[in-house]
Write a protein that binds this ligand. Structure first.
Ligand SMILES: CC(C)(COP(=O)(O)OP(=O)(O)OC[C@H]1O[C@@H](n2cnc3c(N)ncnc32)[C@H](O)[C@@H]1OP(=O)(O)O)[C@@H](O)C(=O)NCCC(=O)NCCS
Length: 187
């Protein structure tokens, strides 16, 4: 990967680049309606997952607005991909980075998403020079809001009915933290 040196390990997890042979694992969660529920898009087909993997497995640049790095999350000692954390370069000059996470619900409720997101957020500040890290999520997505709060991000905005999700008006929440705040909060 161009911008990050992977793999890295946390207490329970290994974070690595995606590989082409991760297709079954990726499809296992990206195909689920419950996973796509608040992503403002339908679940992915197997073909869409395969296409996405081709991009994810290639060297991912981190130089221009819109570049993203998608990181596979596995439990250490088990090659199965249980989820992903993505960083997106939203504004190169202002060093604004968006973070997001998608996990297989079969591995939910064990703190894996929070553990992986903490590690990736640290990389965003330490290795990618991020000034402000933010997340955007549907106001009904309490699982995701809880991850933001466990990361110490603050809710900065609530954009009422700013998205049309099928025939439902979606309210978007924006959470964020700054580099100096992140540093001050680390043990
Ligand atoms: C958002 C998402 C990643 C959250 O998953 P999650 O399982 O709730 O999050 P974590 O893996 O961090 O697990 C946290 C839970 O594990 C519990 N837990 C159990 N053992 C734990 C441990 N050893 N360490 C930490 N937490 C632990 C926590 O108490 C917490 O439970 P709670 O939410 O009831 O308080 C998941 O719902 C998801 O992938 N959703 C679909 C995609 C999506 O919407 N992504 C966000 C787009 S903005």
């Amino acid at each position: 990967m161009t911008a990050l040196s992977l793999p890295i390990t946390t207490e329970r997890l290994t974070l690595r680049r995606f590989r082409l042979d991760d297709l079954d694992d990726l499809y296992a969660y990206q195909s689920l309606p419950e996973v796509a529920r608040y992503l403002y898009r339908p679940p992915l087909t197997r073909e869409q997952c395969a296409e996405s993997l081709t991009r994810r497995a290639a060297d991912q640049a981190w130089t221009e607005d819109g570049d993203d790095l998608v990181i596979a999350v596995c439990r250490t000692g088990d090659a199965t991909v249980i989820g992903e954390v993505v960083l997106k370069l939203a504004n190169t000059r202002a060093r604004q980075t968006e973070i997001g996470w998608i996990f297989n619900p079969a591995y939910g409720g064990r703190g894996y998403a929070t553990e992986a997101a903490l590690a990736v957020a640290s990389l965003a500040f330490a290795d990618l020079g991020t000034h402000r890290l933010f997340a955007r999520l549907d106001a009904l997505n309490t699982g995701s809001a809880n991850v933001c709060e466990r990361l110490g991000m603050r809710c900065e905005a609530r954009l009422v009915e700013s998205h049309l999700d099928g025939d439902r008006w979606g309210t978007e929440c924006v959470y964020a933290t700054l580099a100096h705040e992140w540093k001050a909060n680390q043990p």
